[in-house]
Design a binder for this molecule. Structure first.
Ligand code: FES
Length: 143
């Protein structure tokens, strides 16, 4: 953390990279992590919490090993996102916001992922999958 924070002239500017770093190690941002981060960066806890709440890439709850986030904003919605979400729900037997009992998969519905030309788009952890169809979903789940 010191190495990351040291790259910034103002320590608090390292908040997002530090939250991502911690999430990669721990899987999600717990209230205790928020508290420790606020103390480490010498900033109010509420400001750390606001950032964690704002970015959907930061998890406030434990997620499955594979976190599937399907965009449901206009372009994706018009190109079949709802059908893809339903397909994943049926296949994994979870609804958006849930995690499979074995902890392998979580499903989220999110706002625009910034790849509208590839609609419908899904993110699987850090990987983007565009022009999403049932075949691609099957392949990702099998992998
Ligand atoms: S609307 Fe889905 S990626 Fe932009």
């Amino acid at each position: 953390m010191d190495k990351i924070a040291g790259q910034y002239e103002v320590k608090r500017a390292a908040l997002l990279p530090l939250l991502r770093f911690v999430q990669q190690k721990h899987g999600w941002i717990t209230p205790e992590i928020e508290q420790n981060m606020a103390e480490y960066l010498e900033m109010p806890l509420v400001q750390v919490h606001e950032v964690v709440c704002f970015y959907h890439l930061l998890n406030q709850h434990k997620k499955g090993h594979c976190h599937l986030s399907v965009c449901q904003t206009t372009a994706c919605s018009l190109r079949g996102a709802d059908e893809m979400i339903q397909y994943i729900s049926d296949k994994l037997k979870i609804r958006p916001g849930e995690t499979t009992a074995d902890g392998r998969f979580s499903l989220s519905v999110v706002e625009c992922l910034g790849a509208c030309d590839q609609a419908p788009v899904m993110q699987c952890n850090e990987e983007y999958v565009g022009l999403l169809d049932k075949k691609k979903i099957d392949k990702i789940v099998d992998r």
